[in-house]
Design a protein around this ligand. Sequence first.
Ligand code: PEP
Ligand code: MG
Length: 664
Amino acid sequence: MIRYDCKTGQRGYAAGRAFVMRYSKAEEYFRGEPAVEAERLDRAVEEMNRKLAAGKEQGGSVDTALIDAEILILNGDEFIGEARRDILEENLSAPDAVDRAADKLCAMLENGTDYIKERSEDIRGLASGLNAQIMGNGPLLPAEPCILVTEELSPGELMMIGTDCIRGILTETGSPTSHVSVLAGNLGVPYLYGLEHILDKVRHSDYLILDSENGCILVNPPEETIREAEERQESDRKTREERKAQAASRTTRTSICANISRAEEADGLLDAGADGIGLFRSEFLFLDRNDAPSEEEQFEAYRHAAEAMKGRDTVIRTMDIGSDKKAAWLKMPDEINPALGLRGVRVSLGHRELFRTQLRALLRASAFGNIRIMIPMVASVWELEEAEKEIRAAAEELDARGERYRIPDLGVMIETPAAVMIAPDLAKKARFFSIGTNDLTQYTLAVDREARGMDAYFDPLHDAVLRMISLTVEAAHQNSIPAAVCGELAGNPQAVRRLIEAGVDELSVSASKLALARNEAADAEEMMEKENALKKSGGITSPADGFLVPMEEIPDPVFSGGVMGECVGILPADGKIYAPISGTVTVVAAARHAVSISGDGEDILIHAGLDTVKLNGEGFRLHVQEGSTVEQGQLIMEADLDLIRERGFNPMIIAVRLKPQNEI
Ligand code: PEP
Ligand code: MG
């Protein structure tokens, strides 16, 4: 078995036989006259166009606009026009001309931003596909479940292959934000990249394990590991299906909405369980093209999304161009630190006509559904005021044209610490907030979200970020507006309960995470309800942090049978035990494992662990004694949970509301 470190494009775990996509070499090619070569090129382009169009039609959940971008490159003068000129004027073979044109185009992009550089991946993929076509030797496509392995891959190729057979993707070149990565993410396929000399290291039919958690692949592991990997895949698949079915039967107070990048992704979202669209990243309409989209084109896209939502919220973010998302046609200054430069609302306010066009399209589309406009990267109140002015001006223009329109609610995306600190002021002018935790983490922790090697510092669960979220929600609620979270944190199972506890009203996640978010939110809400019910029943608070276990599920008949009184179990997160009520400590067990407190008409027994009387006090540290007066929430004892487990006891903490003596 060999292990290679790789980089993660899309997280996940996959195992299976490698399907190596290879093309034959150009040296084996028999070159014809220039006219013949030009014709071979034309035929290959025609065939490629046909395949791309077919792939687009079969699109399904795939983002078809990415294919449009490929078609645009394929038919552009800079690529195929250049190749044709080289064939006719310099007598190059068609494959050599394609390679040279691709090299030139990629070299031009080399000087661009990271985002533009990443388009080179698409061009290289197209060149490989064209040459395979010209040489009459297109890649064999997988027919059985496999891990797709190739030096480079274009979105179009991925579309043509389809993903029914693909368990995972491994490429030599790539990046987490390349279009292939975006597609893989939309389709829920794990994607690793960055394995140099990939074709020397992985051979067709090798058994591969892709493991993004450990950032590595395993090539030809032993039988035992293969068996475990197959089992893990199967159990992952079952879990996903169960989670989906379970989510469909659950309702939550918290809205669960979807993030989309293209209007067509709105189709089928309601059936997939979305309560609406929480973030439509409209800037994707502006990228990968030669000019700005017209008002009409934008209107159609926004209307499409709004209509698909059938009256549900459709939050459309105005173009968040800049930083890693530069539109090639829009002249932007060279910036040393683009994440801190012109982006989001700053670009909109610097290009008023462009912004006004987008707003007119949004206002017109609002007549067909429940569109809400959201402004990204706000740091000052005046930016929001300027956006409001532009909306009014757009409305006046539409009045003058006699167009049908509606002025949608205006919201603010909270992505900068500045916006958090002035959230009370912003909340007076906005109708809703949505917290973009990706950027909020970047700017709060001063960690570039695109930079390599910074993973350890990019922590959206950092206390600083969580407090920013709480402050935002507080400001929103004090001003009676809702607060959503639409960054990646909304789909992070470790975060959902904390977000809901912070009072977040909506989670907006990618379509593949809708079920997960619904289930996590439902669990969190149920748990909180139980805790609240317990608190309400006499102002008793939980004696420990952890998960609640209902009385009937406590694995001890004395407690589950209610012999001593009504009780609840807690699977403790740590060994700290607090007073559930204020009062006097009336009993401390000789074995230090149980304490009871009386106060305000209640008698509560806290019993740490099941059967732990047998430990004779080992593993328990008391902070009170009989007769001590305690305040609710005061630390009264500590239990060494590791020791309790090591000795074979269940560490569940039981809180018993003791029956009055005469009832026992
Ligand atoms: C965010 O910053 O959290 C967000 C949702 O916006 P984007 O990831 O598009 O910057
Ligand atoms: Mg953002």
